[in-house]
Design a protein around this ligand. Structure first.
Ligand code: MD3
Ligand code: FE
Length: 208
């Protein structure tokens, strides 16, 4: 991972894009995702409206984000099997803390990492992330695998969205005034290799 000053920062309306910040770590990160999901497998959670999500998810850390018919929440145990979520690997923690520091948020200590898997056809519709107790902490996202188009909206659902391509190894940090902005991911295109997927790690401080 990049040490010291990271030169290639684009700060744009509260979105801080660090292209390639995790580029040298992608293989190690994917191997750790494989370890985590061997214990807490990817699953398609159900929304409170009863619809299975097209993105498959798992978590590591003290708490993990879950969705079911009762709502959205962070929980210390994987509802599949009832065990604690796998611990957050040291590389995950270090990378996310270094990215947050490079983006101007020193002292970020994530307690949750949501792992999203996008197969071709999967998407994430516009939403806000508001299940975290500490909204002063940023969110750090790390993209791995196939590129995707990130949709970056405003404070209301009606605000127009901009499209930003996120490639493998890219890191984005959101915090401050834009922490509650609407955002989503456009439907993932099929690639030449049908087994190829996009993995996104989002690091959060879920508990105050
Ligand atoms: C902007 N994931 O898991 S990560 C999510 O690529 C989510 O899988 C997308 O949105 C993905 O909730 C985008 C980037 C992200 C995460 C949280 C945010 C952007 C954000 C919270 C506020 C504003
Ligand atoms: Fe989100």
């Amino acid at each position: 991972m990049s040490g010291g000053l990271f030169p290639d920062i684009t700060a744009d309306d509260g979105l801080i894009h660090l292209p390639g910040f995790a580029a040298s770590d992608t293989d190690a990160l994917l191997a750790l995702v494989a370890d985590i999901t061997a214990r807490s497998p990817f699953r398609h959670m159900t929304t409170p409206w009863g619809k299975p999500m097209s993105v498959a998810m798992s978590n590591c850390g003290d708490v993990g984000w879950t969705a079911d018919r009762r709502g959205y929440r962070y929980a210390a145990h994987d509802p599949i099997g009832g065990a604690p979520w796998p611990a957050m690997p040291e590389l995950f923690r270090r990378l996310s803390e270094n990215a947050a520091t490079a983006a101007g948020f020193p002292g970020f200590r994530p307690d949750a990492c949501l792992i999203n898997r996008y197969q071709p056809g999967a998407q994430m519709t516009l939403h806000q992330d508001r299940d975290e107790r500490d909204l002063t902490a940023p969110i750090v996202s790390v993209s791995l695998g196939l590129p995707a188009i990130f949709l970056w909206g405003g404070a209301t659902r009606k605000d127009k969205t901009r499209r930003i391509t996120l490639a493998s190894g890219d890191v984005v940090v959101w915090g401050g005034a834009t922490r509650l902005n609407f955002h989503g991911v456009a439907k993932l295109k099929a690639s030449q290799r049908p087994e190829a997927v996009r993995i996104n790690l989002t690091f959060r401080k879920a508990r105050a």
